[in-house]
Design a protein around this ligand. Structure first.
Ligand SMILES: Nc1ncnc2c1ncn2[C@@H]1O[C@H](COP(=O)(O)OP(=O)(O)OP(=O)(O)O)[C@@H](O)[C@H]1O
Length: 215
């Protein structure tokens, strides 16, 4: 069954811009003076070896950590000055599963919707979970799900929360080939609606409008 949830992202163009970002972690400078822009309809694939600073970059882009110097602009406004607007437009999925293990898959989706201030009916939440192959698992506590099934709950979140900008840390991890294809389809549909995606992955990615950033 396919979840019938129509995205209602506005059609005006949007852009995320990194301006001369420098990132220091511990004693080490991970990157310096890093600038790029990602606009509506584009996906940026951030690549690099383990420990090079991909997750650290995503954290700067989400505003979860601050750069040593430089700034991040969302639609030409610094994300530190416009953080409420920015966080309404942003969906960040970190590579550690941001799920409550004692809650069911359905309860997790509903809880995320409540935090995001999104109205989500049980029917739409169930449809989203089933779209990602979780039929019959909707009422199981998340600690009973496999690693790939947990990632699928997070994928369901991509369709139940309408955000313009998706920042996804290793979203293909633990997914089987069907789920990888489903996620690529979902990302493509988001880009066609003028969404923006920034993701990290150690695997090659099969998407149109893909830009690559090698750290
Ligand atoms: N809070 C911190 N304090 C000190 N060092 C940190 C901190 N956070 C990250 N690091 C270090 O910064 C470096 C970059 O980490 P990061 O998680 O950004 O790498 P990554 O490119 O995402 O790696 P991977 O491909 O393994 O996920 C690593 O050497 C890590 O140990």
């Amino acid at each position: 069954m396919t979840a019938n949830i129509s995205p209602t992202i506005s059609k005006t163009s949007a852009a995320l811009e990194a301006l001369a970002l420098t990132c220091v972690r511990g004693e080490k400078q991970l990157f310096a003076d890093l600038s790029f822009q990602v606009s509506s309809g584009e996906c940026l694939h951030v690549r690099g070896e383990n420990g090079v600073g991909k997750t650290s970059l995503l954290r700067l882009l989400t505003g979860l950590s601050k750069p040593e110097s430089g700034d991040v602009l969302w639609n030409q406004q610094s994300i530190s000055s416009e953080s409420q607007t920015y966080h309404r437009d942003l969906l960040f999925l970190g590579h550690r599963d941001a799920l409550k293990e004692d809650l069911t898959a359905l309860e997790n989706l509903k809880m995320c919707a409540a935090i995001d201030d999104v109205v989500l009916s049980d029917e739409n939440a169930m449809a989203a979970l089933r779209r990602f192959g979780l039929r019959g698992r909707e009422h199981l506590p998340v600690h009973c799900l496999s690693a790939g099934q947990k990632r699928r709950v997070l994928m369901a979140r991509l369709v139940t929360r309408q955000a313009r900008l998706w920042i996804l840390d290793e979203p293909f991890n633990a997914l089987d080939i069907h789920a990888v294809a489903e996620l690529e389809t979902l990302i493509t549909a988001h880009l066609m609606l003028d969404g923006i995606v920034i993701l990290t992955s150690h695997q090659p990615i099969n998407l149109l409008n893909l830009k690559v950033l090698d750290l």
